[in-house]
Design a protein around this ligand. Structure first.
Ligand code: GTP
Ligand code: SPV
Ligand code: MN
Length: 594
């Protein structure tokens, strides 16, 4: 399929290791994809859904022990341990290769090896990067066909001696005690074994586009970030772009596809989605920071997605979509999940494929159930989506789930302080990774599970990038998740988040004042426009101006508590934490105790 000797030699070597019955190259054609879908339906790997209601849509169920990323089994294998840093699991590359070879050996016996040449970014763009994933799973092939740009054109773009990221995946025997997702950044290599779940096996996504790419970006002077990218169009037709980093299952897809409240829509405001999960960011010829989305689809959280919370995401999933671990409605062969609507199907199978009674109190869909949908399905996809240069950023937003500490929104004082704000991000854990849910953990720039090198060096890279760009994006922090004394979310969230974006854009344009607090600039409550907002926080309690005030406060005792946590976190990272950030922390503490 290619004249590139590096590709051919590598595939030969891998095939000798895993011993497939045959090798199939994925060419990117619809004909081949259709044959693979038919084959996967035949074996029960996927189920064809109601083709009138959901044309081109399928359902897949993972193994019950394989429903999320496994961070404790994810490794960064660099020659020197300190290059991976204390926030990553590390193994010596040679030892790891040896261990993994044992798990991979003959794992494809009797199976087909699918060779997926894929591009992260528009094929041919100088900012794109190429990879080849070898897999024994048609589900992986079908997902990669949606999530990335796949096929023979990628081989042509790699050319006769171009480089590529080498990905090897085997479901093997799905032994969770031998499940490993390992990265060799020095060799541009990713090996993943014993899993069939999204982020563990769609190697173009977190493994390549974040872990390997962040490593490459540091060496080459650009950034790979866990960020959505959106454009805000004002009534004059001008579009400003924002990138935002929130941890997994904390609202990126929702914000990226937001529909402004009616009050704004009537005036002509629009939001355009460029990306919902990953941004590759570099300095453009004009000296500003430009961001592009290396993906070609959305791997979104299903639960909570509905006509009200995210109509664009829902519309995106109505054709050519693969649903994973949702409820199957046996009456009409469609899908359902918690929060889709108030009518759970009575005759249904849960995500495990068992008969399910909605009255049982048990969840039907897995909390981390997902849809894989093509970006072109999205009603608000940006016309810049395929622009090889990406879009210029006016603002960068960090955010997380914090019940009490962080206000609805604040702005950092400058790039260096903004980097500090990103570095101290914290959030309550979600179902997107295995482990306890709802525990506060530090998750700098939402990259804790995705940074392919030492976190302290990553902070330094952020500081450095700020120095090389002119007209730096302004850096903000948001928190949609402040709760009241009854544990209810005070802020309505979703489409109403546009009101906060408006304030952010105004700050970027110097059109609105703010209050200087120890943590940064916080809005004057009257500057967040509440016109037309109607939201019942809890029965009988409609959102009012007082509620807005309550989530804009900066409580010193919570922040001083946080300072302790940040110190511990910085100390855990150790000497690589840049001195600038240590001084930022000292300055924050001083402002809080003044
Ligand atoms: P990953 O795909 O894991 O990276 O997640 P994500 O950051 O794209 O998160 P997503 O937009 O899918 O949101 C995850 C969950 O957060 C959804 O189930 C929503 O219910 C909830 N959520 C998103 N936005 C908001 C918001 O503004 N307010 C509240 N209260 N919940 C939100
Ligand atoms: C996340 O967990 O941040 C995701 C889903 O976007 S996964 O592809 O599993 O990483
Ligand atoms: Mn994500």
């Amino acid at each position: 399929m290619t004249q590139n000797p590096k590709i051919n030699a590598w595939i030969k070597e891998m095939a000798e290791l895993v011993n497939p019955a045959n090798i199939v190259w994925i060419d990117g054609s619809e004909e081949q994809a259709e044959l693979l879908r038919a084959e996967a339906c035949r074996t029960g790997e996927i189920f064809k859904l109601n083709q009138e209601k959901l044309p081109g849509c399928y359902l897949h169920r993972t193994a019950v022990n394989d429903v999320a990323r496994v961070e404790n089994r994810t490794f960064i294998c660099t020659t020197k341990k300190e290059d991976a840093g204390p926030t990553n699991n590390w193994m010596d590359p040679q030892e790891c290769y040896a261990m993994m070879k044992k798990l991979f050996r003959n794992s494809y016996t009797g199976k087909t090896m699918y060779v997926i040449p894929y591009s992260m970014g528009v094929i041919g763009s100088e900012f794109s990067k190429y990879g080849i994933e070898l897999t024994d799973s048609i589900y992986v092939v079908l997902n990669m066909l949606i999530m990335t740009r796949v096929g023979t054109k990628v081989l042509e773009a790699i050319g006769p001696d171009g480089d590529f990221v080498k990905g090897l995946h085997a479901k093997a025997d799905m032994d969770e005690n031998n499940r490993y997702i390992v990265h060799f950044p020095e060799d541009n290599t990713i090996w993943s074994v014993n899993s069939g779940y999204g982020g563990n096996v769609l190697l173009g996504k977190k493994c390549f586009a974040l872990r390997i790419a962040s490593y490459l970006g540091r060496n080459e002077g650009w950034m790979a970030e866990h960020m959505l990218i959106l454009g805000i169009e004002n009534p004059q037709g001008e579009v400003k772009y924002i990138a935002a980093a929130f941890p997994s299952a904390c609202g990126k897809t929702n914000l990226a596809m937001l529909i402004p409240p009616e009050y704004y829509r009537k005036q002509g405001y629009k939001v355009w989605c460029v990306g919902d999960d990953i941004a590759w960011i570099r300095k453009g010829p004009d000296g500003r920071l430009w961001a592009m989305n290396p993906e070609n689809g959305f791997f979104g959280v299903a639960p909570g997605t509905n006509e009200k919370s995210n109509p664009n995401a829902l519309a995106t999933t109505r054709s050519n979509t693969i649903f994973t671990n949702v409820v199957l409605n046996l009456d009409d062969n469609t899908v359902w999940w918690e929060g889709l609507d108030k009518n759970p199907p009575k005759n249904a199978l849960n995500w495990k494929g068992e008969k399910w009674d909605p009255a049982s109190g048990e969840k039907g869909a897995h909390p981390n159930s997902r849809f894989t949908a093509p970006a072109i399905n999205c009603p608000c996809i940006s016309k810049e989506f395929n622009n090889p240069n990406g879009v210029p950023l006016s603002a960068i937003i960090f955010g997380g789930r914090r019940a009490k500490t962080a206000p609805l929104v604040y702005q950092s004082f400058n790039w260096e302080h903004g980097t500090f704000v990103g570095s101290i991000m914290a959030s309550e854990t979600t179902a997107a990774a295995t482990g306890a849910v709802g525990v506060v953990r530090r998750d700098p720039m939402a990259m804790l599970p995705f940074c392919g090198y030492n976190m302290g060096h990553y902070f330094q890279h952020w500081l450095n990038m700020g120095k090389v760009v002119t007209n730096q994006p302004k850096i903000f922090h948001v928190n949609w998740f402040r709760t009241n004394e009854n544990g209810k979310f005070v802020w309505p969230g979703f489409g109403e988040n546009f009101r906060v974006l408006e304030w952010i854009i105004k700050r970027c344009e110097d059109k609105v004042d703010a209050v200087e607090t120890p943590i940064g600039y916080v809005p004057k409550p009257e500057d967040i426009n509440l016109t037309g907002l109607e939201y019942e926080i809890e029965p009988g309690h409609m959102f009012a101006f007082e509620d807005l005030k309550s989530i804009l406060t900066v409580e010193k005792e919570y922040w001083l508590e946080d300072v302790k946590g940040i110190k511990e976190f910085y100390d855990m990272i150790g000497d690589t934490v840049p001195a600038e950030l240590r001084s930022q922390l000292a300055a924050l503490e001083a402002r809080l105790t003044k």
